[in-house]
Design a protein around this ligand. Structure first.
Ligand SMILES: Cc1cc2nc3c(=O)[nH]c(=O)nc-3n(C[C@H](O)[C@H](O)[C@H](O)COP(=O)(O)OP(=O)(O)OC[C@H]3O[C@@H](n4cnc5c(N)ncnc54)[C@H](O)[C@@H]3O)c2cc1C
Length: 413
């Protein structure tokens, strides 16, 4: 395609949290990087919006914290559940250091901020509406990607391709890499409802016979995540939306006066929940990270944060070898998988256990009101116990820190 560079040191397919953070960190270290994003903007509703302490630490480390703090956001320092009408504190960030909260921030604002910071770096080349359609293979190595763009298709050659193209990854398919699926008993319906001044202040979950939903306080609206049994979406949508409105009103009586604001099914998005993980995250000349390597359940809101942790680990390992020139050794890519696979695996195991022991049982509608076992209720009375999920989901198990140095022209703040 005329006027478009068709050679780069590192090509990143996908401008989500993983791809944008990796692109930014590599460019900041002086590596020529091209990020391909198939959409024209980051404005897609109901992407993950939870920014955990592990990500806040990275933003501090690269000097973006002040700008991040200016984005529209809400801090959450504890999470409660209302189980069969009885309130139970479950997760507590208060008292944790250095961040005693997580932040709810629209993902598009977060990605716009990263894109904006990237554009200030000479080594950063973000191409919107450029979709990677497949890999170019040469002599048994990935040598670049085929790209579909508004002004014509082209080939982009690169010494390393990093697939950050999400859980329906085109490049994973193209590389014929297989993921192990772990299943999920639920899908999630996402919708908004207006929030009044007199509504509860917290972000919290509600669990009752056969139903489960989470209400995220987004200041002027509630972002509602309503769990339904896996695969039931089509049959629900075949019926009028009144049943959903009624259930929401029963579960959260303070929303009953605005049940009609769930206007129609086309205002409700469905997240088909899946948990999977690639057995092998790399091939010669190719690495996969973020959702492309491991789709997470929404439990704990960890998806963005693990994608960012992967990006930091990859940038730490790859910045110097990419700057040095030459092919990237496969053993380096294997080391990135080894580093990141363990924390991902542990969180996925916890998510799978919670899906089996809690969510499946509630959604099965056994008729019994759900209850928190007495011992667990007792233990959750201690803040130190409520710190455990906050640490696991909020800080992660192997917290990454930015090591790849910024060049003098790579200042972000
Ligand atoms: C409805 C919903 C709610 C969620 N809620 C939360 C939450 O509250 N908290 C949380 O942490 N996580 C949440 N997640 C998960 C979270 O959004 C993901 O785990 C996280 O965004 C993964 O980041 P990623 O960069 O790996 O992939 P993605 O965010 O999926 O980004 C992939 C990017 O690649 C682009 N792309 C795809 N294919 C191509 C291609 N062929 N060429 C070029 N570009 C391509 C896509 O447009 C996209 O921008 C949610 C997900 C969904 C769907």
């Amino acid at each position: 395609m005329p006027g478009v560079k068709t050679q780069t040191r590192c090509c990143i397919a996908g401008g989500g949290p993983a791809g944008m953070m990796l692109g930014l960190l590599l460019a900041r270290a002086g590596v020529a990087v091209t990020v391909l994003e198939k959409h024209g903007d980051f404005l897609r509703d109901f992407r993950g919006d939870t920014v955990h302490p592990s990500t806040l630490a990275i933003l501090d480390e690269i000097g973006l914290r002040e700008r991040f703090d200016q984005l529209p956001q809400r801090r959450v320092d504890h999470l409660a559940g209302i189980v069969a009408g009885r309130e139970q504190q479950i997760v507590d960030f208060r008292g944790l250091k250095p961040y005693d909260y997580l932040v709810l921030v629209p993902q598009w604002d977060f990605l716009d901020m990263l894109a904006d910071a990237g554009r200030r770096l000479p080594a950063f080349d973000l191409r919107m509406r450029h979709a990677a359609t497949g890999l170019i293979e040469e002599n048994g190595r990935t040598a670049g990607v085929r790209v579909e763009a508004p002004d014509g298709d082209y080939e982009l050659h690169a010494d390393l391709v990093v697939a950050c193209d999400g859980r329906h990854s085109t490049l994973r398919e193209s590389a014929n890499l297989k993921a192990r699926e772990y299943g999920a008993p639920m899908d999630v319906l996402w919708f908004r409802m207006p929030r009044n001044e007199t509504d509860p202040q917290d972000t919290f979950g509600i669990v009752d016979r056969g139903h489960m939903m989470v209400l995220l306080n987004r200041i002027d609206y509630w972002q509602v995540a309503f769990l339904v049994p896996k695969g039931s979406d089509a049959s629900l949508r075949a019926h009028p939306i009144d049943a959903l409105r009624e259930t929401v009103a029963q579960l959260a009586p303070f929303l009953a006066d605005r049940r009609d604001t769930i206007e129609a099914w086309d205002k409700v998005s469905t997240l088909s929940v899946q948990i999977d993980r690639l057995e092998r995250w790399y091939k010669p000349g190719l690495l996969l990270i973020g959702d492309a390597a491991h789709a997470m359940s929404p439990i704990g809101g960890v998806g963005i944060n693990l994608a960012i942790q992967d990006a930091v680990a990859a940038a730490n390992a790859l910045a110097q070898p990419l700057l040095a020139g030459g092919a990237i050794d496969e053993s380096l890519l294997a080391a990135i998988q080894r580093r990141r696979e363990w924390p991902v695996k542990v969180v996925q195991r916890v998510q799978i256990a919670m899906q089996k022991r809690l969510i499946s049982r509630v959604l099965e509608q056994s008729g019994e009101p759900p209850r928190v076992p007495a011992l667990l209720r007792f233990l959750l009375g201690f803040r130190a116990v409520r710190h455990i999920p906050a640490r696991l989901f909020g800080y992660g198990l192997r917290q990454e820190h930015v090591r790849a140095a910024g060049t003098s022209s790579g200042r972000l703040g």
